[in-house]
Design a protein around this ligand. Sequence first.
Ligand SMILES: Cc1cc2nc3c(=O)[nH]c(=O)nc-3n(C[C@H](O)[C@H](O)[C@H](O)COP(=O)(O)OP(=O)(O)OC[C@H]3O[C@@H](n4cnc5c(N)ncnc54)[C@H](O)[C@@H]3O)c2cc1C
Length: 454
Amino acid sequence: MKKYDAIVIGSGCGLNIVEEALEHGLKVALVDKGPLGGTCPNSGCIPSKMMIFAADRVVEIQESKKVGAEAEIKNIDFNYIMELVRKSIADTRKQVKNGILLSEELDFYEGEGHFTGEYTLAVNGKEIKGEKIFIASGSRPIIPPLKGLDSIDYLTNESVLQLKEKPESLIIIGGGYIAVEYGHFFVAMGTKVTILEMADRLILAEEPEISDLLKKELSKRMAVHTGMQAESFGRSGNADYVQVTDLKDGSKKKFSAQKILIAIGRRSNADLLKVENTGIKVDKRGFIPVNEYLETNMKNIYAVGDANGQQMFTHVANRESVLAVRNAMHGNEEKMDYNAAPHAVYSHPQIASVGLTEEAARKTHKVLIGRAKYFDVAAGEAMMETEGFAKAIVEDETGKILGFHIIGPYAPSLIQEVINAMASGGTIDQIHAGMHIHPAPPELIMRTLSNLQG
Ligand SMILES: Cc1cc2nc3c(=O)[nH]c(=O)nc-3n(C[C@H](O)[C@H](O)[C@H](O)COP(=O)(O)OP(=O)(O)OC[C@H]3O[C@@H](n4cnc5c(N)ncnc54)[C@H](O)[C@@H]3O)c2cc1C
């Protein structure tokens, strides 16, 4: 059995660990079943955002009338957009593979691995042992065990990328960020979209008023039904259908479309790895619990990224992976801090959030809340942005920013100054210290923090 200083499972954020471990002269093995590079470049952030970039341009043209410029879209070449996406995926895979193969010090095991005993893995019939092991095995879509689902050719975030023609109609099961992002894309392409969400609002992690505005805005372009529990699926004629219970009144309803996309959430790949064989315990949802140093219940085995289910975003996975490898090499020294972990939703309108929601903050702090609309600042008025807004949650005694939430244009870029301030323990004074260019969208941040009320 070959022995390593470090075994890394997963070539998404796991590559950060490989790089750092090799730089420190460790003997390293990387295990990945492919596609190489992980979810982000293959079926997550990058392809979806390339598609949404096209959708955003389409919407801009459609909305140009409001500035007095009438424009018409003559044709959208759906397959051209998808080919650009597929080329980007293929190029990245090639680059990642070349990078891995070029590294002479790295032993690469291409195949599905699973634990066979403590600190021991089997891949393609070979057993390897690691003094330190990093589980960066990611997640995959949850496919609910519902009647008839297997009988239809449903889409996931992976298979959707293989489409060559836009579906004439699409039902999206789920109302989280993947569902609303793909809803925005397909409706811009000309598909008739219906979103069916079981909860009573979209994207439960967001502030309720952000969910409400998102639903209001999306409903102008597609059908959005909340409180709908999918129960069974089937095919009739040329269409797939889903039967649902409307949780508001218990009535049964049926929705049909050319295609159905399942986007109800993601589950950890820890089960594929049979982590129980190395003594690792998983939580009720199958994710691997870790301490603040990202170590599992087994000493010297760390779990990072989607595998631990803390906050399933690439920037979080990257931060965790760098911290875990440093902790493993230098003795647990650095704690992972999620207080300023942000996320964005690239729907139309866009959303960005960092830190606590008002409800969560009120449980542990005395808070002040600030609100401002884009329209309250000059750039927002120039954009004629009457609906978008920002909300700040600030600790009363200290002025420390506990949470910040934006819905509207450029939200993911706008929020960065708040993230930076929060990451350095920031108070509102840090934001106010810097002059804000007038007129520019970041004045929204300043205005929101000037409107604090108890
Ligand atoms: C549609 C979509 C859009 C998204 N958009 C964004 C976004 O805009 N911004 C953002 O921050 N995040 C986004 N995410 C989330 C982001 O993609 C993930 O949080 C991130 O990729 C997780 O990285 P990871 O390294 O933990 O796992 P992954 O990147 O999934 O890597 C896991 C690797 O482990 C391998 N593996 C798993 N099990 C085994 C095994 N048993 N043996 C061998 N290899 C194995 C897999 O093949 C894979 O290569 C999106 C996700 C989706 C699905």
